[in-house]
Design a protein around this ligand. Sequence first.
Ligand code: DP6
Length: 335
Amino acid sequence: MKVGLLMRATARAFTNIALIKYWGKRDETLFLPMNSSLSLTLDKFYTTTSVEFCSCLSSDVFVINNQLGDVKEVNKITRFLDKVRKLSGKSLKAVVNTTNNVPTAAGFASSASGYAALAAAATKAIGMNLNPDSLSRLARQGSGSACRSIHGGLVEWQKGEKEDGTDSFAKPIEEGQDWDISIFSVQLTSEPKAVSSRDGMKRTVETSPFYSGWLAGVEKDLLLAKEAIKTRDFALLGNIVEGNALKMHATTLGADPPFMYWSSATMDVIHEVQTLRTMGIQAFFTIDAGPNVKVLCLPKDEQIVYDVLGKLAKVEDIYLCHQGPGITYISNSNR
Ligand code: DP6
């Protein structure tokens, strides 16, 4: 009996939260960013994806959270798998089975963990052993922030200079790997956001007069954040992170048409974090493309921060996160 080669692999990737934001593309096809960014991979939320290539298939099949993906989703997956097929020189179609352990309502982009897990599982299944740099470059072409979820802990995505994107990928920040920072994800709404990060950053680059101000300051923010990580200066890191998020959101107000990701509940959390600081608690906020807020503090202050934020009327839920791991391959026998 001839036994066929099993072309199947499963990988898990965790979400990440940007401390210095990626905001704006210089190349939309290759997902090349205007600026470098820095993130923390978290330990709570992840995507697990299995990919199986088979000559028995005439098109790709996509199952997400035990349901067949719609046409739009399948097309996106096929576009991404086409890149994997091109890299490997094989033309086989695949079944992709994804489970998201990510409360999308909490404002965590599942696209980061999603494309990181898909890049890892698909390349492994098709028989390639990509190194982390190459895997990061590939994941980037599904969703920019996904290139950072290849690695655990504190991660820098170097924007690169080359037109072909070969120097645009993420690397772990070694000095920061054992720094235990606490991150509260404060869920304020479960409503889907009106402007996606992809559309929001595009509109801002194209129309906001404040975008040049963003670009003028972001690389300095990144340098200072890395310095703060090196010297374990949490107050410096927090101030830079908060300022960077505010500058990113300021660009949206100048866009045409203008837009704003915050709600009144977002402001309530911001005020509470500022009040915590007047009480001597080192807490700092950051906000991605949505109204929900992430609050950074040190482990010793977790309880007080949790108690204060938990009292706010518009807070739906609070999740506590810490540093999480990079890509993890899950052996098929364990499934
Ligand atoms: C505000 O990575 O979701 O979260 O590359 O278009 O898929 P695409 O965008 P995405 O944008 C993330 C934007 C952000 C900041 C960040 O994560 O750095």
